[in-house]
Design a protein around this ligand. Sequence first.
Ligand code: ATP
Length: 554
Amino acid sequence: MDLLKQFWRLAAPYWFDKANWFSWVLLVMSVGASLTMVEITVWLNEWNREFYDALAELKVDAIYPLLIDFCGLVAVIVLLLVYADWLSQLVQIRWRKWMTERLLDRWFANGTYYRMTLGEEPDNPDQRIAEDARLLTSDSVELFIGAIRSTAVLIAFSSVLWQLSGNLSIPWNGEMIQVAGYLFWVALIYAIVGTGITQLFGYKLHGLNYQQQSKEADFRASLLRKRDKAEQIALFKGEANELQQLKRSFTGIVSNWGLLMTRRKNLGLVVNSYHQTAKMVPLFAGIPALLAEIITLGGLFQVRMAFMKVYSGFSWFVHSYDDLTRWSATVVRIGQFVEAMENQPLLPEPNKQPQLDCQDLDLFTPEGKPLLNKVELSLPPHSQLFISGVSGLGKSTLLRTLAGIWPFYQGQFQQAEGQTMLMPQKPYLPAGTLRGCLSYPSEQCYQDAELTRALALVGLDNLLDSLEHQCEWQQRLSGGEQQRLSIARALLAKPDTLILDEATSSLDQMGAKQLLEMVKQQLPQTSLMMVSHQLALKPLFERHLDLGRFGVTQ
Ligand SMILES: Nc1ncnc2c1ncn2[C@@H]1O[C@H](COP(=O)(O)OP(=O)(O)OP(=O)(O)O)[C@@H](O)[C@H]1O
């Protein structure tokens, strides 16, 4: 029940939004094609009787027209089969697009993706957004259409089977009792027993499928991290350690896969034996009706097809068990993810005033450990403030708070009006062209002359001809070059307030000093605040604040 509720919460906003009416049209068309196919299959069933009767009576004149009918029926069935599938795939991709965009919007809204990393975030959000959203939408549509088709098959062929069975007389306690539609009852009992046995063998698949998806995603994420940190690992010669970790992670996949295989094998043994036997059961079960002359030989083949259809209708659940367990695992995974995003407290939009200011600000770690106490500072327009303090004091955390992304604080602060840019110690350089890297995060395209001027000003003349060059800039540039590039971004963006968090730590003191002097000269209207351990930079700033006096004494 919880599962269905969870699914409803994920699906209802899409299916009850008027904007998505066309998906309803596509879905109805796909279901319509499936139902028409069922109707044509009923005609094919009738054809079976006529054909085998004509064959038994050697009526050659009747056989050839029947063969032509057969070709026509099969052609229509093939077309319907293909188009029902095509329409269903169209519905799936439309729904998936909506769900993926919604998850992404929610994840990026209000810095949720960042704050989720500060607490106990659900594992592998990447898997939940990419893989689970795909599985959820495709499995839901396929299971839904499958359920409708199976029900239609069941109703149509149950009635055929019922009519073909007639009234069979069975001797019981010296009397003859009449059983109406006995072939239908045989199919029903056969399918119910099959469903029960499948439940028995398959119920553990759900948990194992869930585990498998998680373990695969962990392994993938771990491989990605190795790629990101390739250089550090190579320098540390950490290959043996990394290999061991990866192999251990993969061993988890293999052992869970082993359990899954065993379960699937047992389930497969049951389902396949059952399915194979089902082909002969109607022939044996139809013999009494044949002997009682209720049906002809053609009727027996008609019974066989109808029985198989009723059986497949009933046992839809049997064959979809694997899909259903995977579907339920994805519903749970996306449900957890959405819930975790919704549980993230919304950060209030910071007040904006002419100058950056904070009063009595207390800062904490995510675990609630106090870091800084009653911090007071201000940054009047066009002024410069240098902040120092011992390592681990909470300087970066203060800057994160003032930037409006750190939720663990008490007290008040106001951001400065206009654009604020915060340059961290390790800048983020997206892969792609150098032009894109310099413009980030702005999507605005700067003129080549502006870009090359900024590069020259920060001392990156060697990159002047590389604006269109595409590569992993984070890997290619040295730490100091990355920091210079980050400053070039500030020169281009010309923010009203520039906050530097050890943004020149990889440069020599002289280089850092020259760079900052240049920034002050080029951005005279910008208020500047810098956290740094490079005390030689202090004289470049009008004011100095030692955060040590706000430190919490342990
Ligand atoms: N996401 C986090 N989860 C838990 N603890 C954190 C987190 N971020 C920071 N901390 C802790 O908060 C303390 C202050 O960190 P912060 O980075 O603000 O220090 P800092 O003064 O900038 O240090 P440094 O000068 O070495 O850069 C550290 O003890 C750090 O471990």
